[in-house]
Design a protein around this ligand. Structure first.
Ligand code: NDP
Length: 323
C-alpha cells in the first residue's frame, strides 16, 4: 500500500506533539480530489487544533490550507484536470505530501499566481477580503484600527483597506514589524499600549469606525475604547488567548457599539461566494496590487519550529510548510 509523509498528532498539546509519520496514502472517495501538495499554509487555527481549543478526532494529520497539483479524482468530480494547479483553505490533513480535498472546496489557480503564493494567500487573503468588504463595508474615509499589522492577515488586510480608500492605524511589537506594516500602506503604526490614545488623536477625539482585533484577550478592552459611537468591534481571533465571557451592557455604556465574532466559513457559504472572493484576491495579485509576503518556508520535518515561531511572535507575513 502506498505511503506518504504527514504531520500527525496522537494527543493534543504543545508543539512537541507534532511528529512526521508515514501514513497510508489517501484514496479519493465520491466528490473528492486527490492533490499532490506543493505547499501547505501554517495558520493560527492549526495551533488551536493542536492544543485542543478546537477538538479533533485523534490521531489526526494537521493542516487545512494549501496548493498543489491534481493527482486523482473520486466519482462525480467535474471541472478539474490531472496536473492542474489548485488551492484550498479548508481540507483537514493538509500538512502532508498528499491530501483529499472536497471538489466544492477546491479553487483553480490562474496564470500569474504560483503555488507558493496561492497557498500563502487563500485563508488569510479571503479573511482579509470578507473583513473589509462585508463585515464592515469599508469606503474612502473610513478609519480602521488593525492589530498585529505585520502578521499574515494584518499585512493583507492593511493593503486591502488602502485599496478601498481607508485610513489605517496598526499595532505591532517591534520596529522591524512596524516598518513592514508601514510598507504595506499603514498610515500610522504604534505599539499596543498607545493604540487607544492614537486612535482618538487621529480622529479628532471621536474614535475609529472599525477595529479589526485578532489578538483577543490582551487587546479587547483597549479596542472597545478606540471606537467612535456606533462603531464596529470585529473580534476575529485570539492570538494572545480567547476573550472571556462578555457583559453586553458594555456596548451600551461605550456608545451603542456593535460587536461581531466572524469566521471565514460564514462568508464563503456557497461555491459562488468562495469563487467570487478568490477571483478578486487572485486578480489583485496578478495585477500587482496585492503583495503576498511569505515570511518563512519550513520543511515538513521543521513543523515544530514553525508552530513555535508563530506562537512566539517571531514571524511576519505567511508561513509555509513544504512537503
Ligand atoms: P499572525 O501572523 O497575525 O500572528 C499573530 C501575531 O499576533 C503575532 O505575530 C503578534 O504580532 C501578535 N500578537 C499579539 N499578542 C500576541 C501573543 N500574546 N501571542 C502571540 N501573538 C501575539 O497570525 P495569522 O495572520 O495567521 O492569524 C492572525 C489571527 O487571525 C489569529 O488569531 C487567527 O486565529 C485569526 N484568523 C481568524 C480568521 C477568521 O475568519 N475568524 C481566519 C484567519 C485567521 P506582534 O508581535 O506584532 O504583536
Amino acid at each position: 500500500m502506498p505511503r506518504v509523509r504527514a504531520v500527525q498528532i496522537e494527543k493534543t498539546g504543545g508543539p512537541e506533539v507534532l511528529t512526521v509519520a508515514d501514513v497510508a496514502a489517501p484514496e479519493p472517495g465520491p466528490g473528492q480530489v486527490l492533490v499532490d501538495v506543493e505547499a501547505a499554509g501554517v495558520n493560527y487555527i492549526d495551533t488551536y487544533r493542536r492544543g485542543g481549543v478546537y477538538p479533533l478526532q485523534l490521531p489526526a494529520v494537521l493542516g487545512s490550507e494549501g496548493a498543489g497539483r491534481v493527482a486523482g479524482f473520486g466519482a462525480g468530480v467535474r471541472g478539474f484536470e490531472l496536473g492542474q494547479l489548485v488551492a484550498w483553505k479548508e481540507a483537514p490533513g493538509s500538512y502532508a505530501e498528499q491530501v483529499l480535498v472536497p471538489a466544492a472546496e477546491l479553487v483553480p489557480v490562474p496564470e500569474g499566481v504560483d503555488a507558493h503564493t496561492a497557498a500563502a494567500v487563500l485563508l488569510q487573503g479571503l479573511t482579509a477580503h470578507y473583513l473589509c468588504t462585508d463585515t464592515y463595508p469599508v469606503t474612502g474615509g473610513t478609519w480602521a484600527l488593525v492589530h498585529a499589522g505585520a502578521g499574515g492577515v494584518g499585512l493583507l488586510l492593511t493593503q486591502m483597506l488602502k485599496l478601498r480608500g481607508a485610513m489605517v492605524l496598526t499595532t505591532t511589537s517591534t520596529p522591524e514589524k512596524a516598518e513592514l506594516s508601514r510598507r504595506a500602506g499603514a498610515d500610522e503604526v504604534v505599539g499596543y499600549a498607545e493604540a487607544t490614545a492614537r486612535a482618538r488623536e487621529l480622529t479628532g477625539g471621536r474614535g475609529v469606525d472599525v477595529v479589526y482585533d485578532s489578538v483577543g484577550k490582551d487587546t479587547f478592552d483597549a479596542s472597545l475604547q478606540a471606537l467612535r459611537p456606533r462603531g464596529l468591534m470585529v473580534l476575529f481571533g485570539g492570538s494572545s488567548g480567547q476573550v472571556p465571557p462578555f457583559d453586553v451592557q458594555r456596548l451600551n455604556t461605550a456608545g451603542s457599539l456593535f460587536l461581531t465574532r466572524p469566521t471565514l466559513g460564514s462568508y464563503t457559504q456557497t461555491r459562488e461566494e468562495l469563487l467570487a472572493r478568490t477571483e478578486e484576491v487572485f486578480g489583485w495579485i496578478a495585477a500587482g496590487d496585492l503583495d503576498v509576503r511569505v515570511g518563512h518556508t519550513y520543511r515538513l520535518e521543521d513543523v515544530r519550529r514553525a508552530h513555535e515561531d508563530l506562537e512566539g511572535r517571531r514571524t511576519t507575513g505567511k508561513l509555509l510548510l513544504i512537503p
